[in-house]
Design a protein around this ligand. Structure first.
Ligand code: ACM
Length: 523
């Protein structure tokens, strides 16, 4: 071959490779398989629907058509570009195919969630391309895990509905699909329960908030009353908004511990006869619910209202960090332990949770609780959220119980993101972006059949040290985006340098979302 031809070929290779690179779709989470071909499809003027929409694709269609995302509607009416939804029975349940050619886009799936995932992918592509012109592409994708969760504690600090919805929109953009709403705790009861108005009239307000870190002595409080709760109307609007974004809201009603706000509202729920006031410190209060029948009636009534508001399969009943001192000191509780033939307070907690499980199962729901619910015996149908490392999750999976992995290290997003002194005060720990990204929810020590019990993973936003929306977004993003990839993308397709490259391409969209994300370049 003449020398100039070789040069020509080499030049072409460089141009072709760089144009391929430029044509990366920059999707987050990274898809299982995709290819990009020469050619262009132009969505600037919108699309036309030229076939029936299968019923399973209606939600996806509505999402594309009526959700503004972060600035753009998918317009209808452009005859030259079609959008077709095709049911493909050969695809796995949550999988989809998204194929574009010069005539339009074809979306294939086998279920509502498959079509929805495809529409989320398409909407991200649209949002990323300012000129709405795309290369021709073929994407085949499916989520690695069904629980891709983000948690928000609104008890320690309260976040208004608008902020919750902003977080939900960002979750949807990255295909996170479970919002775990931590609604009650020692420092504030935040959900209106019509039958028990004191829960919010009294339980949603505290007289002050701790300033500085809880480990600093002496403790200093601001003595400024702090309050907030969601009306049932607001909760309905959040749940329905989340549903339109393909997100399930899982409410958490804490029991039997983390109950000081509830006991302040109704001291008969507790054991001391005292009204402790809604707690003004961080940590774990020793106020615990009494295991008496009237408390179970109360909890069933509360949960009945909760079930009307939240259609989720799972209801989170807390179960963590229940300090047993008041149970140990109570002659009523000690007599109850004897009467039930139980060994100790751990078995009593297990009995307590089983009783609630029976009630929720009778209403067609499942309980999920923090890994302490394993202590004293796991309720027969319970799912376990593993937060003190993975051990609880591993134990539960071996017992054939569903598990969500949410180990504090590295999935607590209230921990520091770097060792820079410029970081805002946090609870402690160091969970940098790369460490979050590297997490894989399937422990090597589990057998394949046991791994099937791992539903997925979740990042947690505890808010003792997160007092406002700017800081909340700073702590959540971009770590929640890494979480989205580690729960959606199969392990062998994860690639941190490439994630960072794609994240850079997302910078402008994150700004358009008006998220106060932490700049990942500030290591
Ligand atoms: C927890 O962090 N107490 C679940």
């Amino acid at each position: 071959m003449p020398f100039y031809k070789e040069i020509l070929l080499a030049a072409c290779a460089i141009v072709c490779m760089s144009s391929l690179k430029a044509q990366s779709l920059d999707l987050i989470p990274a898809p299982a398989n995709y290819s990009v071909q020469d050619g262009k499809i132009d969505l600037y003027k919108g699309v036309s629907l030229n076939s029936e929409i299968p019923p399973t694709a209606m939600k996806a269609y509505r999402f594309l058509r009526f959700t503004t995302h972060f600035g753009y509607f998918l317009r209808l009416g452009n005859k030259s570009v079609s959008l077709r939804f095709v049911e493909d029975k050969l695809l796995a349940e949550k999988a989809f195919k998204l194929i574009s050619d010069v005539q339009g886009i074809e979306v294939s799936a086998n279920s509502e969630s498959g079509f929805f995932h495809a529409s989320q992918t398409l909407s991200q592509l649209i949002e990323m391309k300012d000129n709405r012109k795309f290369p021709l592409f073929k994407i085949e994708d499916a989520p690695a895990f069904s629980w891709r969760g983000l948690h928000l504690d609104v008890s320690r600090h309260f976040f208004p509905v608008a902020e919750v919805k902003k977080i939900l929109k960002a979750m949807c953009f990255y295909r996170l699909n479970v919002f775990h709403w931590h609604l009650t705790d020692d420092q504030g009861w935040r959900i209106e329960i019509k039958r028990y108005p004191e829960l919010t009239r009294i339980g949603s307000s505290r007289s002050g908030t701790l300033l500085g870190h809880a480990s600093l002595k002496p403790l200093i409080r601001d003595n400024t009353p702090y309050s907030g709760f969601y009306s049932q109307e607001e909760i309905r609007s959040v749940v329905s908004f989340a549903d339109s974004l393909g997100i399930t809201v899982v409410p958490e009603i804490e029991m039997p511990g983390h109950a000081q706000a509830a006991v302040s509202a109704y001291p008969w729920l507790g054991l001391t006869g005292r009204n402790p006031g809604v707690w003004t410190d961080w940590g774990v209060s020793s106020f615990i619910l009494s295991p008496k029948d009237s408390v179970f009636t109360f909890l069933e009534n509360v949960l009945t209202e909760v079930l009307e508001l939240f259609p989720s399969k799972y209801i989170h009943i807390g179960g963590d960090e229940a300090i047993k001192d008041q149970w140990k000191a109570s002659s009523f509780v000690q007599a109850k332990i004897k009467e039930l033939g139980l060994k100790d307070e751990h078995e009593l907690q297990s009995w307590f949770i089983r009783r609630i499980e029976k009630f929720l199962n009778s209403k067609g729901r499942q309980i999920i609780g923090w890994d302490e619910i394993l202590e004293g015996g796991l309720a027969p149908n319970a799912a376990v959220m593993s937060w003190r490392g993975e051990a609880g999750g591993i134990q539960a999976a071996r017992m054939n119980h569903p598990v969500v992995m949410s180990p504090g290290n590295p999935l607590y997003f209230d921990h520091y993101q770097s060792e820079n002194h410029s970081e805002p005060l946090a609870i402690g720990g160091l969970n940098q972006l790369q460490k979050v990204y590297a997490y894989h929810p399937l422990p090597d020590s589990l057998k394949a059949s046991e791994k099937d019990w791992i539903l997925g993973a979740q990042g947690n936003l505890w808010t003792e040290y997160i007092a406002g929306s700017d800081q909340l977004e700073y702590m959540a993003f971009p770590r929640a985006i890494a979480l989205a990839e580690l729960t959606w993308t199969k392990k062998d397709k994860k690639d941190y340098p490439d994630f960072l490259r794609r994240l850079e391409a997302h910078r402008k969209v994150l700004k358009r979302m008006d998220l106060n994300f932490r700049d990942w370049k500030n290591e």
